[in-house]
Design a protein around this ligand. Structure first.
Ligand code: ACO
Length: 714
């Protein structure tokens, strides 16, 4: 774990007044040459100092033999010397008192050379230097016209900022942004993240006006708790799109060996991104589609969307996609008829999708797509075009450009899908230059609009402050300390039950008695029906020994069963020590959930809930959230479970006690937050009864750690 960080000064990383290049080279083909070339030819406005022991001149600039020969203060140093020379170079930078270093060089933790990387990070930290990398392609910052990368020499300036852990993919993304005409405000290669990571850089990008959307490619998260806070702050202001590799187990292993970082559980990552309002894309294509849309379109201000099409088939495809991406279609037939009637032929349809039919020409589209601009009832439009003989596709680009501008000026988003041949392709290329979000596939156009909707909804329904419950912390800690004193890393079931009680979570009533009168007395107190179980350290499998009697409805049944199980136990093992008989409440059947919490290696405390019982492993119907959390977020987590409708009551069943389930999850979240020696809690099952009837936590398994790890497992 990182020690104290120096105060971040990321602004001077993105907007340095001076830059030195250690490993600058006059030989074309070398990385140190490309970096120098890109800095100089990219129009960087600050001072540039090449450093190379050979001295002389390059790119018309005098070369310093050592960074300490430079008189000027240095904000940023780029290092591209072979790995064995990097440490010395960093030491020289420390003597010089530079602010930031980007280490291009490979050959550190990604190949197991972790020790050297730590030494570099330690020296930098001790001298208040922030380090990017190692194992990176560099940094581009439009704000300083600085291209300190060894990728393309021309990177168009624009509104998307990219943070990428993979260098090669980052370089490829620069190429793709060029083709798609998505200008960049910044692109930063993070590599092994020995110091600076996504969380540090987000702060600058969120404050920087030019950046409208942030795209992150992540392979592994080192300091997840810090990332969560940074993302929570950032998504208040700007949409963030993330691509994370390592969804599969094998992929996660590949990612771990690629960057030497912890890939973590993908399900947890996915849930936490959603919790932070981050839009996770499945592919680079999808991420770019979303960025293009979010950078150039306003967000919808309400939920009413219309689809306008000249083809029924694509209209149906878009309708299906809207359902998938949670886009609501305006369904007020009278209003739709009034708005779109004048633009729709009698054989078309004003039902949403609005079908202006295959005979529609450019003026018909202009008319139909102008209608939403002035309508208070429509918040967003998806416009579809299939190439037909009646619409001269030479006019397509002008029609789209014009209607897009009108929608944007009115503060309304519109996304286009155009399907056709060469002329349609030519129109798309033209529109790409004008930054109009137009897609060659219906699904892509809808998915981009869906991303805008998800971000807007997150903005308006941001979860409130996290909640903590009242728990008896001292009692829980006493139970844990007792178990630790016995060198255990787990709690026994009766200890688990004590923790539940101390946290205010209802468990079945149970007591151990030594004679039949006491059993009768306790059963009267608990209320029938009850269960009897033999208590003997020598009899582990109670049922096999005939030591369990279920569903005892009255005193007579209780007395008979008491004698029977004692008799059975003695027969089973005549030498067994009988410690007593447990009288327990007979648990009524209900809906079984699993609720848990653990300290995740990457993200710290996370909570989990799902449908429980014995099939939990097979069903895998579970949802996760970072802890602590607000009740609304707990409800959102429950709703993510596929079987949630069962909690709401199906086929005339009563709704289950969802409020108590939420309360229980908050209590579990509080335990994992406050008891730093607990690393895992799993209650399976929690039996949930009808509304107002509560829950019973039947079996709590708790793992503990000897060392107080402050939230991370030892
Ligand atoms: N101070 C300054 N310059 C020095 C020093 C020093 N102490 N020592 C040597 N140099 C000079 C060298 O003389 C040379 O300059 P020259 O061309 O004038 O002789 C220059 O620094 C570079 O040194 P070389 O030994 O020529 O090293 P080379 O350029 O072949 O390789 C590099 C260095 C690029 C850093 C290499 O070790 C490396 O790590 N390559 C991989 C980089 C990479 O891929 N990073 C990840 C990017 S992300 C992705 O996946 C694409």
């Amino acid at each position: 774990m990182r020690k104290n960080k120096p105060t971040p000064t990321v602004q001077s990383l993105f907007e340095p007044r001076s830059i030195a290049v250690i490993g600058a080279s006059a030989s074309p083909g070398k990385i140190g040459h490309s970096i120098m070339n890109n800095i100089v030819s990219g129009g960087y406005r600050g001072s540039v100092y090449p450093v190379n022991p050979k001295g002389g001149d390059m790119f018309g600039l005098p070369v310093a033999r050592d960074i300490n020969d430079i008189e000027d203060d240095i904000d940023l140093v780029s290092i591209s010397v072979p790995a064995p020379l990097v440490l010395q170079a960093v030491e020289a930078c420390a003597r010089k008192g530079v602010k930031h270093i980007q280490i291009i060089t490979s050959g550190f933790s990604e190949i197991g050379n972790t020790e050297e990387e730590h030494r570099i990070a330690d020296i930098a930290r001790d001298h208040g230097i922030r380090v990017l990398g190692p194992n990176i392609f560099g940094l581009f910052s439009a704000a300083a016209s600085l291209n300190a990368t060894f990728s393309a020499s021309t990177i168009p300036s624009g509104h998307v900022a990219i943070l990428t852990q993979s260098g090669a993919l980052g370089i490829a993304m620069i190429g793709k942004t060029g083709v798609e005409n998505i200008g960049l405000s910044a692109i930063v290669s993070l590599g092994n993240k020995c110091d600076l990571d996504e969380a540090d850089l987000l702060e600058y990008l969120v404050a920087q006006e030019q950046t409208k959307v942030i795209l992150m490619y992540i392979e592994g998260v080192k300091d997840g708790e810090e990332l969560i806070s940074a993302l929570n702050r950032a998504t208040r202001h700007k949409p963030i799109v993330v691509i994370k590799s390592g969804r599969s187990k094998r992929g996660a292993m590949a990612a771990a060996s690629h960057t030497g970082s912890l890939a973590g559980s993908d399900a947890v990552f996915d849930a936490i991104m959603r919790q932070c309002g981050v839009l996770r894309a499945d592919s680079i294509e999808e991420a770019f589609n979303w960025c293009k849309f979010l950078a150039f379109s306003p967000l919808p201000s309400g939920n009413n969307t219309v689809i306008v099409t000249n083809g029924g088939g694509v209209g149906v495809m878009a309708t299906d996609a809207c359902e998938r991406f949670g886009i609501e279609l305006l369904d007020d037939q009278a209003a739709l008829k009034k708005i779109f009637g004048p633009a729709t032929p009698s054989f078309g349809s004003t039902k949403n999708p609005i079908d202006i039919t295959g005979g529609a020409g450019a003026p018909d589209y202009e008319l139909a797509l102008s209608a939403p601009v002035g309508s208070e009832q429509i918040d967003a439009t998806i416009a579809l075009y299939c190439e037909t003989a009646t619409f001269d596709s030479n006019n397509l680009a002008a029609m789209i450009s014009d209607t897009f501008t009108r929608h944007r000026t009115a503060g309304k988003p519109i996304s286009y899908a155009v399907v056709g041949g060469e002329k349609v392709d030519a129109a798309m290329r033209k529109l790409v230059v004008e930054n109009v979000p137009v897609y060659a596939d219906v699904y892509d156009a809808v998915s981009a609009m869906g991303a805008a909707y998800r971000y807007r909804r997150f903005q308006s329904d941001r979860p409130d402050q996290a909640e903590m419950a009242e728990i008896d912390l001292a009692r829980i800690e006493a139970v844990i300390d007792n178990a630790l004193a016995e060198n255990r890393t787990f709690l026994l079931s009766n200890e688990g039950a004590q923790v539940m009680e101390a946290a205010g979570i209802t468990i079945p009533q149970t007591r151990v008695v030594k004679n039949i009168d006491a059993a009768v007395h306790v059963a009267d107190e608990i209320g029938y029906p009850v269960v009897l179980k033999i208590v003997s350290r020598d009899i582990l499998h109670k049922s096999d020994a005939g030591g369990v009697a279920l569903d005892l409805d009255d005193r007579t049944e209780l007395v008979d069963a008491y004698e029977a199980i004692l008799h059975n136990a003695r027969q089973y093992d005549p030498n067994a020590t009988i410690d007593g008989v447990e009288v327990a409440e007979m648990i009524r059947p209900g809906t079984e959930l699993i609720v848990g919490a653990r300290v995740d290696q990457s993200f710290g405390p996370v909570v989990m809930c799902g449908f429980g019982g014995i099939y939990v492993e097979v069903m895998k119907d579970v949802a996760f959230r970072a802890s602590p959390l607000h009740r609304n977020e707990v409800l959102a987590m429950l709703k993510e479970i596929r079987s949630f409708p069962i909690l709401m009551g199906v086929r005339g069943e009563k709704q289950r006690d969802i409020d108590t389930v939420i309360d229980t999850i908050i209590r579990i979240s509080t335990i994992i937050e406050r008891c730093k020696k607990i690393t895992d809690i799993e209650i399976n099952p929690i039996v949930v009864y009808g509304q107002g009837e509560g829950i019973k936590a039947l079996d709590a398994r708790i793992l503990i750690s000897k060392i107080n790890t402050g939230g991370k497992p030892s």
